[in-house]
Design a protein around this ligand. Structure first.
Ligand code: SF4
Length: 425
């Protein structure tokens, strides 16, 4: 029997009609670079580009600054006392009024939970409620007398997204995004997976870079500094660029959220405590922090434990914003954990826009003075308290981090922490 083959069987059909694809490529989406957007921006880029939005049309607001607040946010402030939330008005104003080419959509996701590498070892990975509600607070300032979004022809979207629970992410995004994109639910699910992949790849790259820093420090007995702060303190308008100043003086800076997670390194630091039954695993923080509900807080506390053990971290910078209720209860425990190991600890609390630059410079000089005088002794003492062979011996700078290698081995392209989430369920 002869079977005829139709060419149309093998013709690929675009998942989006051409007219809609062309429209999406032109759509300009503005995202305020505030709060949890700092730690998740790669997800949003991955998601939107997978939906066909041109990367050049995804516009993030600039870093927080006084000029930004004065020029674009004046008179639109919120009653919120938390400094990073207050600053968001300037970001909204910049996106609405300050673009040479106007945006079509202002997207400020209300991220209620966050992806976290601590996985099942903590009780939850929630975002701060003030961070979640910021979109509602700031929006009110732009719709007080009249709707400025509508006046500027901008659609305002603020979906409530539990990014820490991947299975629940597609629905709220679908409901909000379909008002501006002609979407299929399955298409959005694929885009969400692309967003998580982008986030995971970015995290792996940063962990690889941090590993290279540690290899270099280990090879040359060189000290480095760890920052314990929330991801948005990387914004120089909130964190005042204090760590950048130390880096300019030759001290590499690591952030707790992006440390390498190589099993050998974690075993070197925590293995004895695990074998003695004091903790359940390297990511367990129950020995020092029982209320482990906040993703950022948990990672700060875990970072403090690592900083206390990792020899080349001779100094910790703790940054905290003005009126941060979540940071307050952690300040003393974190300081005690770090200082118990003899590691230098400097806290910059209540950071806001009014910190005099001169005072910050003076404190930076103090830190540099102590780093110079005490780092070598701190490294030697911490090395003596650990097993003699460290995991970076013989390591060449530029090697893959353990996490990247592990992702290659498994080859499933899913975020590493998704596996942990699935195990917990
Ligand atoms: S964690 Fe602190 S700084 Fe961040 S939004 Fe909440 S209150 Fe503000």
């Amino acid at each position: 029997m002869k079977l005829s083959t139709r060419l149309s069987w093998y013709r690929t059909r675009p998942s989006v009609p051409p007219a809609e694809a062309a429209r999406r490529a032109q759509l300009r989406i503005g995202i305020p670079k505030v709060l949890s957007v700092w730690g998740t921006h790669q997800f949003w880029i991955g998601l939107l580009t997978a939906l066909g939005v041109a990367p050049r049309n995804i516009v993030f607001s600039s870093d927080t600054s006084e000029q930004q607040a004065r020029r674009w946010g004046l008179g639109r402030g919120t009653v919120e006392s938390c400094h990073p939330v207050k600053c968001a008005s300037g970001h909204y104003g910049e996106l609405l009024f300050g673009q040479r080419q106007k945006i079509d959509v202002l997207l400020h996701p209300m991220i209620s939970s966050l992806p976290s590498f601590l996985g099942p070892h903590v009780k939850a990975a929630l975002a701060c409620p003030r961070d979640v509600a910021a979109a509602e607070c700031v929006r009110a300032g732009f719709q007080r007398e009249r709707d400025l979004f509508a006046e500027h022809g901008v659609a305002y979207l603020h979906p409530l997204v539990p990014l820490g629970e991947p299975d629940l992410v597609a629905q709220p995004l679908y409901e909000d995004l379909r008002s501006v994109l002609a979407l299929q639910r399955t298409e959005l699910e694929t885009a969400v997976a692309a967003g998580y992949r982008a986030l995971d790849d970015f995290a792996a790259r940063l962990r690889g870079a941090a590993r290279e820093v540690l290899v270099e420090c280990a090879r040359n007995m060189r000290p480095c500094v760890m920052v314990l702060a929330r991801p948005y303190h990387m914004d120089p308008g909130l964190g005042h660029g204090i760590e950048t100043e130390l880096q300019a003086h030759g001290y590499p800076v690591l952030w707790a959220q992006h440390l390498p997670l190589d099993p050998a390194l974690l075993d070197w630091l925590f293995g004895d405590e695990i074998r003695r039954g004091e903790i359940r695993g390297p990511f367990d923080i129950a020995d020092v922090w029982l209320s482990s509900y906040s993703a950022n807080t948990n990672e700060i506390v875990w970072g403090a434990k690592v900083a206390a053990r990792l020899p080349w971290i001779s100094c910790v910078l703790r940054l905290s914003s003005y009126e941060c209720g979540l940071d307050q209860p952690t300040l003393t425990p974190v300081q005690r954990i770090v200082e118990a190991s003899g590691t230098l600890y400097f806290r910059f609390g209540d950071l806001d826009a009014t910190k005099p630059a001169g005072a910050l410079k003076l404190r930076t000089e103090t830190i540099l003075h102590y780093l110079e005088r005490q780092s070598q002794g701190i490294i030697r003492r911490k090395l003596a308290s650990l097993a003699p062979r460290h995991p970076f011996e013989g390591a060449a700078a530029g090697h893959d981090s353990g996490e990247v290698a592990s992702r290659r081995r498994h080859g499933n392209g899913r975020p590493a922490w998704l596996g942990a989430q699935a195990r917990r369920e």
